[in-house]
Design a protein around this ligand. Structure first.
Ligand code: 2AM
Ligand code: CA
Ligand code: CA
Ligand code: CA
Length: 276
């Protein structure tokens, strides 16, 4: 009866196991990282730990579900065109694991303790399991479609705020400086006077988890990828929130410009984003 269990093996249990193991491992290596490599620019980093974490997760998933497909950030060429193509190639697969081995690499490199492991499982393009793990605080966020979202076994619910002026919201500073950063900066300028305040934690997956947990009432960013958002989108939806693109269409795996909220503020939130 449980879609998330196949052959007696729980998808969610494997996702949680992968996220915890990878999270503990990256935490144990903090401060020992050699110089990061630059992917495209000084604003876009990757380390041996990103690659090692992805390898660990991929191998562990492979031992449980060898027939499943896998999409991980570090297995894809840098740049938006390659990331879009990589997703298109696999998005219709029966079972697809979508993994960000460290979300928040810049934080990780600087020892700023806000980074996560993000693991999602999609079934024919629809996310059915989402796990985000924050090893610095040992917080494990888990959602299964139709079964709610939990942080360490406690059910999560989005915040109750109904107005922007009482809302704490999150965003980010995109690494792409031609289009994405200027647009996001304009939105920050428009949004800031309307909301209680804005936070940028440097991990999209963490901020999506915080919307689910009711710690943020909204989150938006430009130019993200499926590995940043897939797990977090299910967390928010299963906690009673709303996830769309910035024109208001429901979240699906290709969405790059995201708006997530508790649902109550969503229309006002989108209206402010559209002004910029
Ligand atoms: P990362 O740490 O896994 O790269 C921060 O604003 C968010 O943007 C993080 O989730 C970060 O994920 C992501 N990010 C960083 N560099 C990026 C890039 N070049 N393109 C798109 N997203 C990026
Ligand atoms: Ca990256
Ligand atoms: Ca990421
Ligand atoms: Ca990453």
């Amino acid at each position: 009866d449980n879609e998330a269990v196949i052959g007696g093996k729980s998808f969610t249990a494997v996702a949680v196991n992968c996220a915890s193991k990878a999270g503990e491992w990256i935490k144990s290596r903090i401060g020992q990282v050699a110089e990061p490599d630059l992917k495209i620019s000084l604003h876009d980093l990757v380390t041996e730990v990103d690659k090692g974490s992805e390898r660990l997760i991929r191998n562990l998933i492979g031992t449980h579900f060898p027939e499943h497909s896998f999409l991980g950030e570090e297995g894809v060429e840098p740049g938006p065109e390659a990331s879009v193509k990589a997703l298109q190639k696999v998005s219709a697969e029966e079972y697809l694991w979508i993994v960000d081995p460290i979300d928040g690499t810049t934080n990780y490199v600087h020892g700023f303790p806000f980074f996560t492991v993000s693991i999602a499982l999609a079934h024919r393009g629809k996310v059915i399991v989402g796990v985000v793990y924050d090893p610095s605080r040992d917080e494990l966020f888990v959602a299964e479609r139709g079964k709610g979202a939990y942080v360490h076994g406690r059910r999560m619910k989005v915040s109750a705020e109904t107005t922007l002026d009482r809302s704490l919201v999150g965003s980010g500073f995109p690494a792409e400086h031609q289009v994405a950063l200027p647009r996001n900066l304009k939105q920050i300028q428009t949004m800031a006077p309307q909301v209680r305040n804005i936070r940028t934690a440097g991990s999209a997956a963490l901020q999506m988890a915080y919307v689910a947990a009711g710690r943020l009432s909204g989150f938006w960013e430009i130019g993200l990828n499926s590995w940043d958002l897939a797990a977090g989108s299910l967390l928010v939806e299963e906690a009673g929130g709303t996830v769309t693109d910035q024109s208001g269409d429901p979240y699906h795996l290709g969405v790059r410009n995201v708006a997530a909220s508790n649902g109550h503020i969503h229309a006002d939130f989108l209206k402010e984003l559209a002004k910029a």
